[in-house]
Design a binder for this molecule. Sequence first.
Ligand SMILES: Cc1ncc(COP(=O)(O)O)c(C=O)c1O
Length: 469
Amino acid sequence: MAFDVAKALEERHGENFSLHKEYLNPQLARVLETLGFDRLYVRGEGCYLYDDKGERYLDFLAGFGVYALGRGHPAVKKALHQAIDLDLPNMVQLDCALLPGLLAEKLVARAHDGLRRVYFCNSGTEATEAAIKFARRATGRPRVLFCDHAFHGLTTGSLALNGGKDFREGFGQLLPGTTQVPFGDADALARELRSKDVAAFVVEPIQGKGVNVAPEGYWQSVQELCRRHGTLLVADEVQVGMGRTGKFFAHEHYGLEPDIVTLSKALSGGYVPVGAVLCTEKVFMSVYSSMERAMVHSTTFGRNQLAMVAGLATLEVFDDEQIVEQARRTGEAFDAALAPLVERYEMLHAVRGKGLIIGLVFDKPRSRALRLRWNALEAVRTALFSQMVVVPLFHRHRILTQVAADNMNVIKLLPPLVAGQEEVDYFAAALDDVLRDAHHGTGLLMEFGTTMAKSALRRGGSKQVMAPT
Ligand SMILES: Cc1ncc(COP(=O)(O)O)c(C=O)c1O
């Protein structure tokens, strides 16, 4: 009998967590149960998720940035249905299909003049891997620089560029020739580049881990130093690209002209995995330098038709609905709504980021009584305060957010780019409510304690999940 997805979902409803515990990653299931995030989602639409009890959740994770257009955008859905019904000759492999050409053409048209060619893959980390190989081949140099707090993916090459030790631990020796430099420190970069053996500096224009924004003037120095020393500048736009910061590419804010740009996440419209590497003619042709090398770097699913259709439909929606402009406007609305909370609440020190990548930065309060409370929490575990805010945002207000990085008191918001004033207002009121309790009452502590205690009774122990974003 043909597989019936609706029937399978109905018949096996509720077995989600037990199946994951038995066959997939039991630790993820434990973490979600411990935090009380173990809901049974049955539907997603726009900025919202719905569970089996009919409750609605405001999704400010957006699939770690995938759902720029929200979930189930009708235009992307329609294009994919159409593509399947057309029985397209998918992945012939020894073929130059039309759709990858059309998508590449559209991406190149949005990039700076130097970026002329595109390589398609299936994910962010694959795009990073390609960037590393392309840069080494183009320059003939071995080394690659990356920043502290950087995140470029978790396959072994990308992992070698990870700026936090937790993800790397226990996986043995990674790619040799990689060196970490402090994000935002042009002098440190200059010192490493001087040896002229560095193929690439791989960097996120705004770092996802911690939502770190570089100081004024940094990027101009980066561009100038890379050019002077013959090092390729690789902008990882996997998370911040495609309009999230209020420009199509985040590096446009800083007037940068990277030699290589990586994209993924939002390009799929949330339906089909896709990754893309945009690069200069010179870099690209150094890799594919002869007919013998026509397939020297490739991946089976790389230019698959459904990913290309999802990408083309997504870009069309970007134009039709002026998504980049909307992200910029909604980002400003967040700034306006959150600024009074920074004034009102001592523990909320700042709101940083650009457009719709937003970091809520918590730190030690000034007043003595609150400081005692803060210190007591931090003594239990670093960054416990931000976790204590994420939990009631979810439980009380049904808003999905995340702690921006391990050991960092920053909450990260990645709303869909189609979010508007309604979502901004709802979030600001919810955060106001939670922070009021955190500053003036004991409700929040009680609530967090009860959640943890309940789950400890159920299972014992808890640890913050390492979120790969
Ligand atoms: C900046 C950045 N680069 C690369 C990646 C890796 O992407 P993927 O998870 O698709 O491998 C991520 C994922 O979160 C990311 O945020």
